[in-house]
Design a protein around this ligand. Structure first.
Ligand SMILES: [Zn+2]
Ligand SMILES: [Zn+2]
Ligand SMILES: [Zn+2]
Length: 224
């Protein structure tokens, strides 16, 4: 196809015409919506406001302009609307107070299903928060009780616990299975530098020592 200045001018004229047409259609749409909303009064009018707001994407400023109302006045007419999302706890329909809110609820629900975050109504949310708090308390109490038990049991029993075996193995790995005083690979003991945190030791509380160094260590402590 041969392109000429005439072709370009004709195209530009089409763009202008389309813009004029769009303006006319917009004006017609505004009149149509304004008439539809304003031709009734009272509850019926509120219902139509809500239908326009919830079932079309008409910007709220345009709705106001069309009906001679400010945005705040329009918002007073908007009623909570089903978001299409239901509470994962009790199944009731979750209401949105704005289109943005509805979008948020829907996208949260979509993501939530992937990561198993539930969408919850206010009541179920409160119940869940309570349950979570109780579960955390119970877990902390169990942990505290376990630590307390480890702290107070006879030392020989303590050395047989799964907890001590974990601490001991970790210390041996950290030292690469060498004595941390003389660096030899001999029979290793894991020595408590302090018993202050027995049952919940810091890794600096224990040290890997060969049997010789361990013996010296204890001699020195005794002779002091
Ligand atoms: Zn619920
Ligand atoms: Zn050693
Ligand atoms: Zn020791």
């Amino acid at each position: 196809m041969a392109v000429s200045i005439e072709t370009i001018n004709a195209l530009l004229q089409d763009v202008k015409d389309a813009a004029v047409l769009a303006k006319e259609i917009k004006a017609e749409a505004r009149i149509t919506i304004a008439t539809w909303v304003s031709e009734v009064r009272g509850e019926e009018r509120t219902q139509r406001f809500n239908d326009v707001y919830w079932q079309t994407e008409t910007p709220i400023t345009i709705i106001g302009e069309m009906c001679g109302l400010t945005v705040i006045e329009v918002k007073k007419f908007i009623q909570p609307h089903p978001s299409g999302v239901h509470c994962d706890g009790c199944g009731i329909s979750l209401l949105a107070s704005s289109r943005e809110g509805r979008r948020d609820l829907q996208s949260y629900h979509k993501r939530g299903r992937r990561f198993s975050f539930p969408s919850l109504c206010a009541d179920c949310k409160a119940i869940k928060n309570d349950n979570d708090r109780v579960a955390t308390l119970a877990r902390n109490e169990t942990e505290d009780a376990a630590t307390e038990k480890l702290k107070n049991m006879p030392y020989n029993d303590y050395l047989k616990t799964a907890h001590w075996k974990r601490v001991r193995t970790a210390a041996l790995h950290r030292s690469s299975f060498r004595c941390q005083l003389c660096n030899r690979k001999r029979q290793l003991h894991v020595h408590h530098r302090t018993y202050e945190r027995r049952g919940h030791e810091y890794y600096t509380d224990v040290i890997a020592l060969c049997d010789e160094c361990h013996a010296k260590y204890h001699d020195k402590e005794v002779s002091k």
